[in-house]
Design a protein around this ligand. Structure first.
Ligand SMILES: [Zn+2]
Length: 494
């Protein structure tokens, strides 16, 4: 990545409170120079507030929002908004466009599975994450062993690891090389060598890349690059499996949800306002310093709970000053990706294949698994990789063997409702005859989700699948409904 893009990503990530990544789309600046669009990937779109789907150009002057329409014609799947309130970032577009990092084609499932299993064994689940999973209704057996390896892991950046864990967990270190000079060493080189494998094996596995590193103190200054896994989001590693129980991708379920505060109306400039927002508890506090407010850290003039995207008005200074703002929350799940890193890998987002336990425990070469894939079957369709694993683990506690034959024993999930097209290849690969759709029960209230759901049904019908729609009473998601033994209703769709 060039320093031009890095610099602007840094400024814009700070401004929009979260991650951004380079997309394949381009914008043109006012001189007609090509500049890349950055996708929101945790950072929030200033138009709709969502942490994904929209884009901002690298100078920060234009947003393409895919949610909020305006009078303009749609461009790149969304509507164009000029951002005038913020100062555009100066940008040498020639430099930026020519020097995109070299990435690798995606590795085979066999190779990504091997590397990801090593990741899981190096990053064991923390007690906190284990409790979360048990609380969600996942059995200990599945947490500890899935297709012959730990079912989940916990990802922390090396900064956190270095502080609280044994240093051998760290991915990078340095040691004298043959010429006596200090050089960076990656734990990945060491592990792969020890396993008798090529030290290049990580290339093409999403999440892995060549990290440029530097360590400097008063006496030493070491620079170098070394293979590295992961990005900056910390949280639980949720594997995505293909039909052979091979891990083909990871999502991170973040420990802390980011927030973005957008001030819509400022008070008089004599007042300095600071707004704290906590994405986990939805609590906020507004502090003010200025005439009449002399506490060292600012005087709290308002606090309470916020709703995502809701406008909040605060009057202070005996009602003479007014502040209006809104707080938007970032996403809960992120793909572990290295699409825009040196020697990183780009990918297409995978579909989760979550089998019932007797099949989920089997490795790719197991004949029982290979035969099972070919058998005609019914499956459940939902959205959310972790939800699918929890649901598949709980189906047999809710339904009889005949019911399972009819509605399915296994759960297939896309990562988000808008990627429903990804279902179809999987349904063919698994020789599926009948599907039971089981989207979150609030799907009818969200027009975008409802539209995607309708398209899914239409496409399934075109492909001649037998379609059943599952509904349940209280809980939102399929996993919750199964764990809490909700009463289910099944509606024949065709
Ligand atoms: Zn937007």
């Amino acid at each position: 990545m060039t320093s031009e893009i890095e610099k602007s990503i840094e400024i814009l990530s700070e401004r929009y409170k979260g991650r951004l990544r380079i997309s394949n789309c381009y914008d043109y600046d006012k001189n007609g120079e090509k500049i890349p669009f950055l996708e929101f990937a945790g950072a929030c779109c200033p138009i709709c507030g969502r942490s994904h789907y929209c884009m901002i150009n690298a100078t920060g002057s234009r947003v393409i929002c895919t949610k909020v329409p305006n009078d303009d014609k749609k461009r790149l799947n969304g509507w164009v908004y000029e951002i005038n309130g913020e100062k555009p970032i100066s940008f040498n577009s020639n430099l930026a466009v020519k020097q995109r990092p070299k990435t690798n084609p995606q590795a085979s499932a066999k190779r990504s599975d091997l590397l990801y299993r090593i990741v899981l064994s190096m990053r064991p689940l923390t007690d906190k994450h284990r409790q979360d999973l048990l609380h969600r209704g996942l059995s200990q057996a599945v947490i500890d062993s899935y297709a012959g390896h730990p079912g989940f892991g916990s990802y922390f950046t090396d900064k956190t690891y270095g502080k609280n864990h044994h240093p051998h967990d760290m991915q990078l270190g340095f040691a004298p090389s043959k010429d006596g000079k200090l050089a960076f060493k990656s734990r990945w080189d060491f592990i792969l060598k020890k396993l008798g494998l090529s030290t290049e094996l990580w290339k093409g596995v999403p999440g892995f890349y060549l990290k440029e590193c530097r360590y400097k103190n008063r006496t030493i200054d070491v620079t170098g690059e070394a293979p590295y896994f992961g990005n900056n989001a910390e949280g639980m590693l949720v594997p995505y499996y293909n039909e052979f129980n091979q891990i083909v991708g990871f999502q991170i379920r973040v420990d802390h949800i980011s927030t973005q505060v957008k001030v819509l109306r400022y008070p008089n400039k004599k007042y300095y306002v600071n707004i704290d927002a906590n994405g986990d508890t939805n609590e906020y506090a507004v502090r003010v310093t200025g005439p009449g407010y002399y506490d060292e850290d600012g005087t709290i003039i308002a606090q309470g709970e916020f709703k995502d995207g809701e406008e909040i008005n605060v009057n202070f200074c005996q009602g003479l000053q007014r502040l209006t703002f809104e707080i938007k929350k970032g996403g809960k799940y992120f793909w572990v990706s290295s699409a825009n890193q040196k020697e990183g890998a780009s990918w297409s987002t995978p579909v989760q294949v979550a089998y019932h336990r007797n099949i989920a425990k089997r490795k790719a070469t197991d004949q029982v698994l290979i035969d099972y894939i070919k058998n005609p079957k019914s499956v459940w369709l939902t959205e959310g990789g972790l939800k699918a694993i929890v649901a598949a683990d709980n189906l047999s506690k809710n339904f009889s063997s005949e019911e399972l034959d009819k509605y399915g024993r296994d759960v297939i999930a896309v990562a988000g409702v808008s990627s429903y097209r990804k279902f179809f290849d999987k349904l063919e690969a698994l020789n599926v005859r009948s599907v039971t759709t089981a989207y979150d029960m609030d799907y009818k209230e969200n027009p975008q989700v409802k539209a995607n759901y309708d398209s899914l049904i239409a496409e399934l019908r075109k492909r001649n699948y037998h379609i059943i729609r599952a509904e349940w009473s209280k809980e939102k998601g399929l996993d919750d409904a199964l764990v809490k033994k909700s009463s289910f209703k099944f509606i024949e769709v065709n």
